[in-house]
Design a protein. Structure first.
Length: 167
């Protein structure tokens, strides 16, 4: 971000005390990632988006800590760290309120590793405890729209959050 030479009234008043020094230009060490989403995630995103009626909104790569909170945080201080840096692939929200209705994880082959399976079990329990249904869909080169629709319908129906008729 470029600095401007206009420092305002406060800058003029404080200049004698600051020695008239200008801030050095700061070079931030950031760059745009090559891909925000993997090809499998992009493909699945478009399938989900095509299935959802207008009363639902699809979000991607949402931090778990933005969806759930730690109850009694002073008693459970260590409970925040395990959710703070984790995200889920997709969240289906009610469009009017942005209330999360369903979490969808797209599982590639890495989810077969023990560390990923442990992470998935933990995340599933976090969402079960918070009352937000979560489903896992295996990543694939292509998706059958009717099959995904059926899985979403079952998840909504099983959770009791919605009758699933609109999906």
């Amino acid at each position: 971000m470029a600095q401007t030479s206009n420092s305002g009234c406060l800058g003029i008043l404080l200049a004698p005390f600051l020695g008239g020094r200008k801030k050095p230009n700061i070079e931030y060490p950031y760059g745009k990632r090559d891909a925000f989403m993997s090809p499998a995630e992009i493909s699945f995103f478009h399938v989900l988006k095509s299935i959802l009626p207008p009363e639902y909104y699809l979000t991607v790569k949402v931090r778990i800590a933005d969806l759930v909170y730690v109850k009694r945080p002073h008693e459970n201080q260590g409970a925040r760290n395990p959710i703070d840096r984790k995200h889920v692939d997709f969240v289906i929200c009610e469009a009017k309120t942005m209330d999360p209705k369903l979490v969808v994880e797209l599982d590639d082959k890495s989810h077969q590793r023990k560390d990923r399976a442990d992470r998935d079990a933990f995340v599933d329990e976090v969402f079960r405890t918070a009352g937000i249904p979560i489903i896992h869909i295996p990543a694939a080169k292509g998706y059958q729209v009717e099959e995904i629709r059926r899985v979403l319908h079952e998840a909504w129906t099983d959770s009791g959050a919605d009758d699933g008729s609109s999906v």
